[in-house]
Ligand binder design. Structure first.
Ligand SMILES: [Ca+2]
Ligand SMILES: [Ca+2]
Length: 122
């Protein structure tokens, strides 16, 4: 969603599933990016905050079935916004979506020093 949502970028330094729990604990959810416009808003915001290479968790995983990207509630995602042409490139080793100021990447789902942020949507 775009027009009726607001987003918040928090430095949480946790796995994707823990980031989802963090957002739900604040009565939100991990941001579901469902259009190019929405992707552009979030990427531009990261860039404006001086976050160029660090990543932020957003919703989306292909853990259950490789190549089929689903939301945290199990729905197949109509849009993923992966950075062309190289992403997604991790196969079974990379099953969660991390957003960088220049695009979305498939990355490992665990906490990683390159993924300190979570984007919650409210
Ligand atoms: Ca994968
Ligand atoms: Ca990747």
């Amino acid at each position: 969603m775009l027009h009726n949502s607001c987003y918040r970028l928090d430095r949480v330094s946790v796995s994707q599933s823990a980031a989802q729990t963090f957002c739900r604990g604040k009565n939100g959810r991990l941001a579901l990016v469902s259009s190019l416009d929405e992707m552009t808003v979030l990427r531009t915001h990261m860039y404006s905050q001086g976050i160029y290479t660090d990543r932020a968790w957003i919703d989306g995983s292909d853990e259950a079935s490789e190549g089929v990207w689903r939301t945290g509630t199990g729905e197949v995602m109509p849009y993923t916004g992966f950075k062309p042409p190289e992403e997604p490139n991790g196969g079974r080793a990379e099953n969660c979506i991390g957003l960088v100021s220049h695009g979305a990447f498939d990355i490992t789902c665990d906490y990683n020093i390159w993924t300190p942020y979570a984007y919650c949507e409210y």
